[in-house]
Ligand binder design. Sequence first.
Ligand SMILES: *Cc1c(COP(=O)(O)O)cnc(C)c1O
Length: 372
Amino acid sequence: MVDLISQYEKIKPKVQSSINSILEKAQFINGPDVHSFKDEFGAYLSVKHVVPCANGTDALQIAMMALGLKPGDEIITPSYTYIATTEVMGLLHLKPVFVDCEKDTFNISLKAIEAAITSRTKAIVPVHLYGQSCDMEAIMKIAEKYDLKVIEDNAQAIGSDYTFSDGTVKKTGTIGDVGCTSFFPSKNLGCYGDGGAMCTNNDELAEKLTMVANHGQSKRYYHDVVGCNSRLDTIQAAVLRIKLRELDNYIDARRKAADYYDVQFSGLEGLTIPKRVENSKHVFHQYTLKLDDGIDRDALVAFLGEKDIPAMVYYPVPAHKQKMFATLETSSGSLENTDWLTTRVFSLPMHTELEKDQLEYICSAVKEFIEG
Ligand SMILES: *Cc1c(COP(=O)(O)O)cnc(C)c1O
């Protein structure tokens, strides 16, 4: 699904010299690269504060803690997402209220959000799934109307942007109260291990996020709130600084591969190419197709597998059907699109190093199966 080895080959000298100098100075924790990365990532996103942490799941958890969400508070979130988004709610004894998504964009449904709001609703967690922004202008309007916090799960959409109706363009993850992201190796901006970050334009919140991520500490050995220990390693920050300079090129490479797939598959009966909305730049963390009812997804994935083409199903079981939430009464209304999509989607290889001959090979195999 990804080719991190070929990508590494192209930046190898820079990465090795950077990591070497960290080893030689033994600056493993909070070294200068962590601080430089904070500044550089903040400048890339045009956001005031970046608070690095250990991974994307921690970022979500710390954001919910710093915003003061309390056990029993209802949080509106899509069911169609990676489990991390909703798992942290369970961990903090918040109540995830799962709502449906749109069939065409895979993103949270606005109508479903409004229908799920109660007097106990405290926050919305939109997920920019597969690399394209949710309708943030509308979501921020709903949040304002009902006085809700907005935590963007931006793990799959780093570098994507959203255009408001007045023409303002903002990067995803910088629109809500806080944006959370992951630097897991296969993400669009991935490090060589685990990493994550939170972004906010709110000075007070930035301070709280920093405090919660660091044992609730306001100054050394003075702990004001219960926090956790979640840091971005210096070595990972150094890798991220190098890869951040390539991020826009990486995004272009992904978009080019997606363009190729689109041309090959549009008009092919039996499957639907991913929709690109006008007001968001799709950064294609995944290239996800929908199969018509009647086409055997398992058989297709197995067929591709025999030809050494990895294909994955993200996600086969939506959050509201996971055993971990079995005892919670968590859903609001119908999750019809979510239930349908989880049986019909599949994703093709998507990364920065896809060559034309590889794309050709993948597309002809998919066509061979579909056309029979
Ligand atoms: C990857 C991912 C996360 C979690 O990131 P980790 O760094 O693996 O903890 C959260 N949400 C979404 C949507 C993701 O894709």
